[in-house]
Design a protein around this ligand. Structure first.
Ligand code: RUQ
Ligand code: CUA
Length: 631
């Protein structure tokens, strides 16, 4: 109800009017204006939620630039139609993407890869920033259900760390009654090892946990180097009516994980195998896992750029909780525990907490600008709150309201927010993007379902300034911001680097060959023809088509759409792609370039002729050197 009111009055529960003066409007417009032909300064990589895609926009313009398909087929780039991407997708045609993470070296973005998680099918994917394409999808990860608490990358991209949102009887496939949840169900923290050269991921090890619902987390740096942190929202271990049953306690147990100790324990043979993965039981391997109580039903848990302050947002309490990692370390060393849970020590709350900052209602996620300030998204209050990290003055300590510096309304119900470079040791600062769950009334009516909204906020001054707003496909969760000047994506795939054994680069090597009922066509594509432009085959044949785009000019893309066969490959300059189909109906099926490439793009077409068995050209006539096409 608050939302509806907010939408019609332009007011939020922040109590501020969102209207701006004419002078401000002009200044804001200029701040985000990128004139035709000019370029944005930053990339914004934001997750597409259950669309399974990553969207790339520019900052400050907030213009959508490109979509990178990851967990769902995307005809626009031919993703999910060629053999390689089909294999990556496996049996799934969707994923629920939440948290992108740029690769890091020494706690700074190194511009190599972007990792994203899939909550629905327990996977992690790697996008290469050289070509902005998905190169690996790992999973489903064994012993992991609901891969939501990821992708959290370590300081030198050693690992992607993940925690499970759901718990089930393990290993997967074992069945127990959810009534026996506490006894039979378990969650898991996973360390996904990343190859430092290639980025190739594999499951490294896992830590067995009680069946809490792990939520958001982050990794340490500086003093907290080698550690990672997650909130949880169901320490009650409820298995039904979670809305009520998981919100009983005032504090939930959050996880403090020493991932370096986990790695070491595995190397020392202290793990047991489950479903092919070494599993650490934290009750038997002390020093790997600790719990810390945090109020109430916390969500985000973010480490500041110095690595000293860890901020948790309590969805059901009007404050963020700030942990001091030095105090965490001391509590561990001095065994300042308030008991244990299933053999895992619980750190004493008062011993590790620096303070609770009264930011307002529904704090979720916190980001940092590297200048000592924190920015928290307020789901219920629909605003962004700027506050001061410790060290606090005595006066502030007495009343932490004094550490709360500014609030700016956001529209509406902000989930994640991102400050440029917040999760590195050296944030760029300057820009903040609020990713709001609701946009009702902010744009022209498009029916009952409204898009999400993203809002750009200038955080360079003392007061935050709302600059611009844009709408997005479902559904942005977290995002990463990278300075454009830090990467140099490829302009083409150089011919010398194309290692595909079925690539052909001139028309003499192109052609159609038949061996038994295996028909193999190797085609070149260049403005504005396919060579060969005819493929003869018979019903019952297995047809494999390899198409090489032999252009070496940027943006000269060709597609290969095959009528009535659900095929659309798209080849970038210098790229070879392959599809494989069983031909089961006779007919003449045109194929054509699906990507507008030249004035004669429409003419870029050919025919797949599927003869009835026993009819049509023989194997000899289809030829080994493309004879059938050279007419
Ligand atoms: S969660 S709105 Cu999937 Cu990132 Cu916090
Ligand atoms: Cu090639 Cu259109």
């Amino acid at each position: 109800m608050t939302i509806a009111i907010a939408a019609t009055t332009g007011l939020t529960s922040c109590g501020k009017s969102s209207s701006t003066s004419q002078g401000d409007r002009t200044a804001n417009a200029l701040a985000s204006y990128v004139a035709p032909g000019e370029k944005d300064e930053y990339y914004l990589f934001y997750s597409g939620g259950h669309s399974g895609q990553v969207f790339v926009a520019g900052i400050p313009s907030l213009r959508h630039i490109v979509t990178i398909p990851v967990f769902a087929p995307y005809p626009g780039t031919g993703y999910g139609f060629d053999e390689e991407s089909k294999k990556m997708l496996g049996d799934f045609t969707w994923g629920d993407m939440h948290h992108p993470a740029l690769s890091q070296t020494n706690s700074k973005y190194d511009g190599r890869w972007l990792f994203v998680n899939d909550n629905a099918n327990n996977r992690i994917a790697r996008i290469d920033l050289r070509d902005f394409k998905t190169h690996q999808i790992l999973g489903p990860i064994p012993n992991s259900i609901g891969n939501h608490g990821s992708s959290f990358i370590t300081e030198n991209s050693e690992y992607i760390l993940c925690a499970t949102r759901f718990s089930v009887p393990l290993p997967k496939g074992r069945v127990a009654d959810p009534k026996d949840y506490e006894k039979e169900f378990n969650g898991m923290v996973s360390g996904i090892k990343v190859d430092p050269q290639t980025g190739e991921m594999k499951v490294g090890w896992q830590i067995l946990t009680p069946p809490f619902d792990w939520d958001l987390g982050s990794t340490g740096k500086g003093p907290s180097s080698g550690w990672a942190f997650w909130t949880s929202y169901n320490t009650e271990m409820a298995h039904d009516v979670l809305e009520v049953n998981s919100t009983q306690k005032d504090r939930d147990l959050c996880a403090v994980v020493n991932w370096r100790a986990a790695e070491k324990a595995v190397a020392e043979g202290k793990a047991q195998q489950m479903d092919g993965v070494p599993i650490i039981d934290p009750a038997k391997v002390p020093g790997v896992l600790y719990f810390v109580p945090i109020g109430k039903s916390p969500h985000g848990m973010d480490v500041d750029p110095t690595g000293k302050w860890i901020v948790a947002g309590g969805k059901l309490q009007p404050a963020t909780t700030v942990l001091n990692f030095e105090k965490v370390q001391a509590a561990i060393n001095n065994k300042t525990f308030e008991g244990d849970f299933r053999g895992v020590p619980i750190l004493k709350y008062e011993a590790v907490v620096e303070g609770e900052v009264p930011v307002g209602l529904g704090p979720l996620h916190t980001q940092f600008d590297g200048r000592g300030f924190a920015y928290t998204s307020m789901f219920i209050d629909s605003c962004i709150v700027k506050w001061k990290l410790p060290p606090w003055t005595d006066e502030e300590k007495k009343d932490l309201n004094k550490a709360v510096l500014d609030k700016v309304p956001a529209h509406f119900s902000t989930g994640h927010l991102v400050v440029a470079g917040s999760d590195t040791a050296k944030p760029y600062g300057k820009w903040l993007v609020a990713m709001n769950k609701l946009s009702a009334g902010r744009h022209v009516n498009v029916g009952p379902a409204q898009p999400e909204s993203s809002q750009l906020i200038d955080i360079s001054g003392d007061k935050m300034k709302m600059i611009a707003e844009a709408y997005t496909e479902p559904e942005p969760h977290f995002a990463q911001i990278l300075k454009v000047s830090e990467i140099q994506p490829a302009e083409v795939y150089p011919k010398e680097e194309n290692k595909d054994p079925n690539a052909v680069w001139d028309k003499d090597a192109a052609g159609v060959t038949r061996t038994g009922n295996q028909v193999v066509a190797k085609l070149t594509a260049i403005r504005s023809r396919f060579t060969p432009d005819r493929i003869d085959a018979q019903v019952g044949d297995d047809l494999t088509v390899h198409v090489t785009n032999i252009e070496q000019t940027r943006d000269m893309i060709h597609g290969f759409g095959l009528i009535e066969h659900n095929i659309n490959m798209v080849m970038d300059p210098g790229e070879t792609k392959t599809f494989h189909i069983k031909l089961n109906k006779p007919g003449v099926f045109p194929f054509y370039c699906t990507n507008f490439c030249s004035a004669l793009h429409q003419e870029m077409q050919g025919y797949l002729v599927v003869w009835k068995p026993g009819e049509g050209p023989t194997a000899a006539a289809t030829g080994a050197t493309g004879a059938s096409a050279q007419r």
